[in-house]
Design a binder for this molecule. Sequence first.
Ligand code: ADP
Ligand code: MG
Length: 357
Amino acid sequence: MIQVALENVSKIYGKVQAVQSVSLDVQQGEFFTLLGASGSGKTTLLRLIGGFETPDTGCIYIGGKDVSRLPAYKRNVHTVFQDYALFPHLSVFENVGYALQAKRSPVAEISQRVTEALKLVQLAEMAQRLPAQLSGGQKQRVALARAIVDRPDVLLLDEPLSALDAKIRMELRQELKQLQRQTGISFIYITHDQEEALALSDRIAILKSGKLLQVGTPLEVYEQPADLYVAEFIGRANFLDGMLLSVDGNRGRVQIGETAVVEGTVVEGTTAAISPGNAVRLVVRPENICLNHANIGHATTIIQSQYLGYATSYLVQAIGLNFHVMELRRRGTSPYKEGERVFISWEWMEALIFSTN
Ligand code: ADP
Ligand code: MG
């Protein structure tokens, strides 16, 4: 069932098209992430869904109802921000119960719901503390408990982990996912961290300059990026600029420099068709490159070899270019050494060719 739907939503600030004709659906109980660089329109989109902004064009539906002109407090939607915005003079319990208190819910019900929410964020023991007596991660847990205590249909989260240090961020990332699964609330989550997006999301929407480039599962956006920008933004990759020589089905041959020829899958862009003679960029991920001594592919020299335990990371030079290669450790083999001469190859299906015209 669709929980939130946007139809051709646009928002303009002066000369800035913050959000440009965005259409998307978020399912009930889905962990949905808006991913994009700073200034790509993520917060504006969230504020439109939350009712803090009104769209210039288009419609927003929550639970099938058109809420485009409905103020924030009439939408069953809560928002969690990067800065926890707790009341400093109220205890953890009172902070979490604040909205229920304001609605004059019965005391027994408040107590039961707040206790349950605090349990969900592992803060049952800290109900009587003041915010000043908590760590950053704990404060953000209180903010989360407060946001879910009256079971909204949708929870909007604007980079809620970005103020925390790396270790706490990883811990809270796991808990956030668990919280979403346990409550079944639809989460719309903002991040500019592509790894966080891959780890948490059921689906990811990638934004650039207010435009939606692709919506897909983590696997889809990583393995089948619809656009060169998406391929560059998500994960690591090697980029080879050249000219498309020929296409057979979707198997393309690309000339790199004067003489080298490599192969990949031609990705039909949403805009222009791609044909021989076009300037293209071939994208191949480090883990899809195979190093071998069997004369397959192009001759190369290992420039750098970094043993990481679970994998070895290489910098190699072939066809006049540097490549980053990642090989998972296999038992009984030893990593290639710096200066060693090997061959570099990849399956044509594992590399993607985009037009750069
Ligand atoms: P993000 O959250 O992805 O960093 P924002 O949604 O905050 O991006 O901003 C998108 C664009 O809209 C930016 O160019 C930003 O400067 C502009 N913008 C956002 N809010 C306002 C505002 N209230 N007034 C003017 N410009 C704004
Ligand atoms: Mg933002």
